[in-house]
Design a protein around this ligand. Structure first.
Ligand SMILES: Nc1nc2c(ncn2[C@@H]2O[C@H](COP(=O)(O)OP(=O)(O)OP(=O)(O)O)[C@@H](O)[C@H]2O)c(=O)[nH]1
Ligand SMILES: [Mg+2]
Length: 625
């Protein structure tokens, strides 16, 4: 985090009745970040803080968030409305980052549940609403994107009501306030027939319906740490709500750790949020969300207070990971050519740093010192970490995601089963149903509406890996899906990982067009002429099921004049270049993705062909720790 974001300010003491702490939650792309932007802009926060009011999705400040157009980490901001100080947390909507939503439930008292007026509630709408209701947060339903042509806000409101019902909401929760809005156009209204040019109705709803913080004024203090940040300049900053009392800079304090040990220390700085900025303040009061420094070894979920006798505050734990991947040291012949950080120690330290703030991720050493187990909620979550590491100069080998199994009391192995929702144009139904059957999905519901069909299925998480690629390909991008953890269920049996084997290089060198021309008769190429290849690297996809060794570096013998100028007259198909995420789902259990700052290569785990033949492909189950 940049130091420039921290300003010095003098804040008039905030009384709790004038604080509101809310989170924006929704399914992916329903407009959370756009809404937070709009609220910050219309509250005048940007003018005050001289930020760029013209920019879009300002809260998505990480490079990868901007590039992918999605939110990855939950982020705090705050704005003033009338004489209220409103702390607002933007959250990610993608299921893989659900841990971010869970952890911030510890600092808020209300949520804006955003639902797309055309799409209606989706899988992650259900997940985030359940988390909010469990945390006792007061919801305001925001039906967003009412400007869309195919918007049907009334129908969507009914669907949201049904969703509350199915989550066993209390009568009080069922009586939720709702607001229609267009975050993009910048207006909100309580009644669709009304004209409105501003967000005023939503601002009013927030101060009217969201209760003041669940916190207690008094002497001393207690803070529940819900987020961490690190600055080279300030050290570790812990963020959370002051659950009781008031905090002053310079005060003695202690941190009660998860293992019940206590670190004594001192509060060295206190910040609170104004707009996107962190303002340094001298004193903060019960109910506010603040950042404090002074404790280098504090973790998310721990309590900082004036004295340890106050005990630990209850912390809502995050759901455990469901998938695992191996991270290994790049031991291939091209290792270290574009990355600077390649050793086991580099990788281990980077992973340790990651889990300090990424609460839904777990890392563990294995019996092999060059291999680490990284577990998370989905392949995208782990792919984002690999992508960040590449940009920081790391090289790493990453395996295919494997799901984490559990044993029941009877000792039987159970696997994670997901509830899958698919919506496709009817003409694509045949191939999709076939694909789902292949992945051991059990169809639980199907609905035809006009030219569209929605399919609900229970599918083993194992079977879901790679399904999105197939869905996009076979519906030419018209299919959408979402999924949600359902239960640990009985073993659904063998699922073939991939229908095609690999074309594996048997030589080191540079690929030639002459050699690739022969190889492409066997399947689909993944490399271009001139690309560096090595023994054991995957240079193409076999049209058949088995792996076959090929020689991509062979040169044509210069037997006659016509052969000079290698490549003339050869027509090579465009190579299949997979994104990191697609590559991770694509590879088989005995293969790795080699991720370096400049290259993504696919390879066999065991590079030597003879050794590889000896090591048999076997199905090994991994279990939740
Ligand atoms: N038409 C219309 N489009 C909107 C509206 N609000 C957001 N969008 C668009 O919807 C897309 C997704 O918006 P985001 O704000 O990034 O959605 P999000 O919920 O933050 O997405 P994640 O953080 O990835 O879950 C963007 O292209 C927005 O411009 C709206 O009110 N009307
Ligand atoms: Mg977002």
């Amino acid at each position: 985090m940049t130091e420039s974001l921290i300003l010095r300010g003098s804040i008039e003491s905030l009384d709790m009745q004038h604080i509101r702490n809310i989170a924006i939650i929704a399914h992916v792309d329903h407009g959370k970040t756009t809404l937070v932007d709009c609220l910050l802009k219309q509250s005048g926060t940007f003018r005050a803080n001289e930020a760029k009011a013209s920019e879009e999705r300002i809260m998505d400040s990480m490079d990868l968030e901007r590039e992918k157009g999605i939110t990855i980490r939950a982020k705090n901001a705050a704005f003033k409305y009338k004489n209220y100080h409103i702390n607002i947390v933007d959250t990610p909507g993608h299921a893989d980052f659900g841990g971010e939503v869970e952890r911030i439930m510890n600092m808020i008292d209300g949520v804006l549940l955003v639902v797309d007026a055309a799409e209606g509630p989706q899988a992650q709408t259900r997940f985030v609403l359940r988390k909010a209701l469990e945390a006792g947060a007061k919801p305001i339903v925001v039906i967003n994107k009412i400007d869309r042509d195919n918007a049907n806000p009334k129908k969507v409101l009914d669907q949201v009501f049904d969703l509350f019902m199915s989550l066993n909401a209390t009568d009080e929760q069922l009586d939720f306030p709702f607001v229609y809005c267009s975050a993009k156009a910048g207006y909100a209204k309580l009644d669709l027939e009304h004209a409105s040019g501003t967000m005023e109705p939503l601002f009013d709803a927030i101060v009217k319906y969201i209760p003041p913080p669940r916190a207690k004024a008094g002497e001393g203090f207690q803070i529940l740490v819900a987020n961490l940040d690190y600055s080279d300049y300030l050290g570790r900053i812990a963020f959370g709500k002051i659950v009781e009392g008031k905090v002053k800079v310079g005060e003695a304090a202690s941190c009660l750790h998860g293992d019940n040990t206590v670190t004594a220390g001192k509060i060295t700085m206190v910040y609170h949020f104004e707009g996107l900025k962190r303002i340094e303040i001298e004193e903060a009061h019960a109910g506010d969300i603040i950042g404090i420094t002074g404790f280098e070894n504090v973790f998310i979920g721990e309590t900082i207070s004036d004295r340890p006798e106050r005990g630990a505050l209850p912390y809502i734990p995050v759901d455990p990971p469901t998938i695992q991947m191996e991270f290994a040291v790049n031991d291939g012949p091209l290792s270290g050519q574009d990355g600077k950080l390649v050793t086991a120690r580099h990788i281990w330290e980077r992973l340790q740093r990651e889990i300090r703030t990424n609460v839904a991720l777990r890392v563990a050493p294995t019996s092999d010192p060059k291999l680490f187990a990284v577990s998370g909620r989905g392949e995208m979550q782990i792919a984002i970490l690999v992508e960040q590491m590449r940009r920081e100069g790391y090289e790493v080998l990453v395996s295919r995601p494997e799901v984490l199994w559990k044993k029941n009391d009877a000792g039987e192995s159970l696997e994670p089963i997901e509830k899958l929702f698919v919506e496709i144009p009817q003409e694509h139904m045949g191939p999709i149903m076939e694909n789902l059957a292949f992945r051991k999905a059990e169809i639980t519901n199907m609905n035809h509406h006009g030219p569209q069909v929605t399919i609900e299925a229970l599918i083993p998480m194992r079977g879901l890996i790679g399904f999105e690629t197939d869905l996009v390909n076979s519906t030419r991008g018209m299919g959408v899906m979402s999924h949600l953890f359902h239960e640990y269920g009985a073993d659904r049996g063998e699922i073939a990982a991939r229908k095609n084997g690999s074309l594996v290089s048997m030589e080191d060198g540079e690929a030639t067009s002459y050699a690739l021309d022969y190889i492409q008769e066997r399947g689909r190429l993944m490399v271009e002429p001139g690309e560096k290849v090595y023994r054991g690297m995957i240079v193409g996809e076999n049209a058949r099921e088995n792996d076959i060794p090929v020689n991509p570096v062979k040169e044509k013998k210069l037997t006659n004049m016509r052969s000079q100028g290698d490549g003339k007259g050869i027509q090579l198909g465009a190579p299949l270049k997979l994104s990191l995420e697609r590559a991770l789902e694509y590879i088989d259990v005995d293969e790795y993705v080699e991720a370096t700052p400049k290259n993504l290569r696919l390879r066999k785990k065991i590079l030597d062909e003879n050794q590889r033949k000896r090591a048999e492909k076997t199905r090994v189950l991994r279990f939740v720790q």
